[in-house]
Design a protein around this ligand. Sequence first.
Ligand code: NAP
Length: 251
Amino acid sequence: MSNELNGKTALVTGASRGIGKAIAIELANMGADVLINYNSSESLAKEVMEECQKIGVRSQIYQADTSVSGDVDKMFEKAESDFENIDILVNNAGVVNDRLLLRMTEEQWDQVINVDLKGPFLCTKRAVKTMLKKRWGRIINISSVVALGGNAGQSNYAAAKAGLSGLTKTAAQEFASRDITVNIVAPGFINTDITNSLPEKFRETMLDRVPMRRAGEPEEVANLVGFLCSENSSYITGQLFCIDGGLTLGG
Ligand code: NAP
C-alpha cells in the first residue's frame, strides 16, 4: 500500500463489480478510505468492502440508485456522518440498454440517460459542497469512447456519455479556483460483465478494431483513475483521457 491518498475519503459509484470495483481497490491501495456505492449487488459490494479493509483502510457500503435524487441525498447524509468529508468522487455507475434508434423505446432512452448522465450530476452536486469548503477535490467521470464517435445501437448511451463531457468541462471551470479538478476517463473495450454478455461474434468484431488486439482489464482503467486522483495530476482539469488500446486512433 502507498500513502499518496492517506487522509482522503473516496466515494466510488457502482463499485460492486467491474471497473468500479477495480477503482475502489486501487484507491484503497493508495491509502484512501473507500465508500462503495452499489444498487442491487449487496453481497458483491460487501466483498469489495472487505477487500479494502484488508488493505488497511476504512471502508463502508452504501446502497443507492444514483439516478434517484432521494437515494443520492440519503447516501451522502449517511456517508458524511460516517466519514465527515468526501474528497474524491468517481462517477462510475453506468448501464447500457442497446437498440437501433428507430426501435428504441422512451423507457430505454430515459433509463440510460438517468443512470449515466443524471446520476453523475446528482452525485457531483452533493459531493462538491464539502470539497468547496476544504478547497480540494477530485471528480472523475467514467465515460466511454462512444462519447467521441457514437455507436450504432447505442444512441442513448452515446448521448449520455457525450453529455457527461459537457457536464465535466463546465464543472471543471466552475470549481477550478478551489483546487477541485474534474476529468473524464473514457474506456474502450474492457473485460467486465457489460462486455462479457455480448455475443461472441460481436466481441470478436470489436476486438479486431483494437490495434492492441485485446480487451483492457478493469485494473488498467483503475491505474489511470488513481493517477487523476493523486497530487501528481494537480494541474489537469476538464480533460478526457481515452484508455482503449488504440481503438480511437482509427488506423
Ligand atoms: P458493470 O460490470 O456492468 O458494473 C456496473 C456497476 O454499476 C455495478 O456496480 C452496478 O451496481 C452499478 N450500477 C448500475 N446501475 C446503477 C444505479 N442506478 N445506481 C448505482 N449503481 C448502479 O459495468 P462496467 O463495465 O464495470 O462499467 C463501469 C463504467 O464504465 C460504466 O459507466 C460504463 O459505461 C463504463 N464503460 C465500460 C466499458 C466496458 O468495456 N466495460 C467501456 C466504456 C465505458 P449493482 O451491481 O449493485 O447493480
